[in-house]
Design a protein around this ligand. Structure first.
Ligand code: PLP
Length: 412
């Protein structure tokens, strides 16, 4: 039953909303915050504009986001390479569903929790790119394979094949497995050539497993500066993989997938015989990627647009050529962040909850209470500390997408 107080509050909220719509948007005629979360829950975004949001918060520019998703999808179709986007950079079922709607063949996940989250949301063909080596991860990988027969994960060690074979036997499960091969990064991947083939054959010989192909992620190439240098780095990193693929062909081992690649190498890795791209950052982009240079421009990588920003408020202004914001270390403030549309500003921090914006060029200023949007440096780190994306067309919020499967014990 609605209480008298709630009715009064709703009435007051209506008046406030009406005042805001009439253009009386001053700091003293605020948004009806008591109903903010309820409105979001029922997807009523009426007069929820950027200026009423709690800051710091993440904003997705929907037009730019859609441009990025469609551009990568079109590239995949034109180049004849599948897109299996990495979710680690967005951790969002809503984003993933939009990628699938544009033709992605599945998803790539970094953690068991991400894989469970995405598969649990009904998304098929999730690839987990780490091998399970703990009791926890082995039993969850086997259980997920049983619940969702399209789920696939990697191995790079015969010991893990034995462990998962035994666990699959007890659970009466069948597993889809890709062999992770060395692609220039020392963090994982069995040596190419004979060792990789022997591991693949061990998987293929198992009654519990189907061998799907190889994963070869050349992470060092992703952020290599200039397109030509990146092309060379990726080819060098993936040279050994060519030997593995040739040997697999000779030995009659069927290879359905060769998975790898990144936003940086999306228009390179088809030549290195990848059949699918695990690119992630392209949906939002970050300043680490802006700096790598594109095929036609050595200094700026603008194949994809910066669609994600952190909205912050100028909340103190007591010193020349600098202001204080609410975007501090806890919000993953980095000196390499960049301010959208204001290249004259330098991002800095003054503590956990305090950021600074400084400038040296004359003729500039920021106002107290002004909102500023900032491109973050590393998407996967930043998205792990926020809980939602406010999705905007212009200044109007049109959707809210939860960020899930983040860092933290329950999410691993
Ligand atoms: C296994 C794996 N594949 C692909 C990627 C590529 O992602 P991005 O396009 O964001 O560089 C990553 C990023 O860290 C990764 O860890």
């Amino acid at each position: 039953m609605t209480s008298r107080r709630e009715l009064l509050m709703a009435g007051a909220a209506g008046l406030l909303s009406a005042a805001r719509v009439r253009g009386a948007k001053t700091k003293s005629s605020p948004f009806p915050y008591p109903e903010f979360e309820a409105r979001i829950a029922r997807r009523d975004f009426r007069d929820i504009t950027k200026d009423v949001l709690p800051t710091p918060c993440m904003i997705v520019d929907l037009d730019l986001f859609e441009y990025n998703v469609k551009k990568m999808a079109a590239h995949g179709k034109a180049a004849g390479i599948h897109i299996r986007p990495h979710v680690k950079i967005h951790k969002s079922v809503d984003v993933a569903k939009r990628q699938i709607a544009e033709g992605a063949i599945g998803l790539t996940c970094a953690t068991m929790a991400e894989a469970e989250l995405m598969s649990g949301a009904g998304i098929k063909h999730v690839l987990w790119t780490k091998q399970p080596a703990s009791v926890n991860n082995i039993s969850r990988a086997v259980a997920l394979s049983k619940r969702d027969p399209t789920f696939m994960f990697v191995v790079d060690d015969p010991q893990v094949v034995d462990w998962v074979e035994e666990a699959a036997g007890s659970a009466n499960a069948r597993l889809k497995i890709a062999v992770s091969v060395f692609a220039g990064m020392t963090r994982q991947g069995i040596a190419n050539g004979q060792p990789a083939i022997e591991l693949a054959q061990k998987v293929a010989a198992s009654k519990r497993m189907s061998f799907e192909g190889f994963m070869a992620y050349s992470g060092g190439a992703a952020h290599t500066k200039t397109w030509e240098a990146r092309r060379k780095k990726s080819a060098d990193d993936l040279a050994g993989v060519q030997e593995t693929l040739d040997l697999a062909r000779k030995s009659g081992l069927p290879v359905n997938i060769v998975s790898g690649g990144s936003t940086g190498t999306y228009n390179i890795d088809k030549d290195n015989r990848l059949t699918e791209l695990e690119c992630g950052s392209y949906v939002f982009m970050d300043t680490a990627y802006f700096a790598i240079g594109g095929k036609d421009d050595d200094t700026t990588y603008n194949d994809f647009r910066g669609s994600l920003t952190i909205l912050t408020t100028v909340d103190s202004k007591r010193h020349p050529n600098q202001v204080t914001t609410d975007y501090g270390n806890e919000a993953l403030n980095r000196p390499t962040d960049q301010v959208k549309g204001m290249p004259w500003l330098q991002v800095g921090s003054q503590g956990a909850e305090y950021g600074t914006l400084k400038w040296t060029e004359a003729g500039h200023d920021l106002k107290l209470g002004e909102h500023v949007e900032i491109y973050c440096t590393t998407l996967d780190m930043s998205t792990a500390v926020y809980d939602r994306y406010y999705v905007a067309r212009g200044d109007q919020i049109v959707d809210v997408w939860p960020i899930m499967g983040r860092a933290g014990a329950p999410q691993r």
